[in-house]
Design a protein around this ligand. Structure first.
Ligand code: S3P
Length: 170
């Protein structure tokens, strides 16, 4: 079994993913980091020079590779779950965990960080509210488990997932 962390930018997927992988003894894959390593370019740079569509193709190609593996925690970029093909590739071998966060939490956690091209806009709050409005229903519809991360630490988020993981892979 794999655990796939989905949710909006700033939800804590990378931090929690690392912790979970460590606790479970699973491999950890952060999709953005993997794409950056493979291309030698930052996500910002890929969006700038090749466009978002090229980044999405990379995400999908990486998903195809990960789908054949087992015992990994995968932290996806915030747009990954919006492509039904990505979800379909992973869902048989994985549990999808939606790390939920409110716009306020997202703005707080991503503030001062310019590494996310979709948030490098003049009105970040409007962008977060509108993107989350369309994405949240999708995250919810594909998730096996939803963890609200607003008022708890990454350690507590990991604990909640670990409790469920025992039922999934005792
Ligand atoms: C994106 C989220 C980012 C990264 C890219 C696009 C998105 O990942 O994949 O900037 O569409 O929400 P994080 O969710 O890890 O920030």
């Amino acid at each position: 079994m794999n655990i796939v962390l989905i949710g909006f930018m700033g939800a804590g997927k990378t931090t929690v993913g690392r912790m979970l992988a460590d606790r479970l003894g699973y491999a950890f894959v952060d999709m953005d980091e993997e794409i950056e390593r493979a291309t030698g370019l930052s996500v910002n740079r890929i969006f700038e020079t090749c466009g978002e569509a090229a980044f999405r193709e990379r995400e999908t190609a990486l998903t195809a590779r990960l789908a054949g593996r087992d015992r990994q925690v995968v932290s996806c970029g915030g747009g990954w779950a919006l492509n039904p093909g990505n979800v379909a590739r992973m869902e048989d071998s994985s549990k999808l965990v939606y790390l939920k966060a409110s716009p306020d939490t997202i703005l707080r956690r991503t503030g001062g960080d310019s590494s996310r091209p979709l948030l490098n806009v003049s009105n970040r709050e409007d962008r977060v509210v509108s993107l989350l409005g369309t994405r949240a229903p999708v995250y919810l519809s594909v998730a096996d488990l939803v963890v609200d991360t607003d008022d708890i630490t990454p350690e507590q988020v990991s604990e909640k997932i670990l409790e469920e993981a025992e039922k999934w892979a005792p």
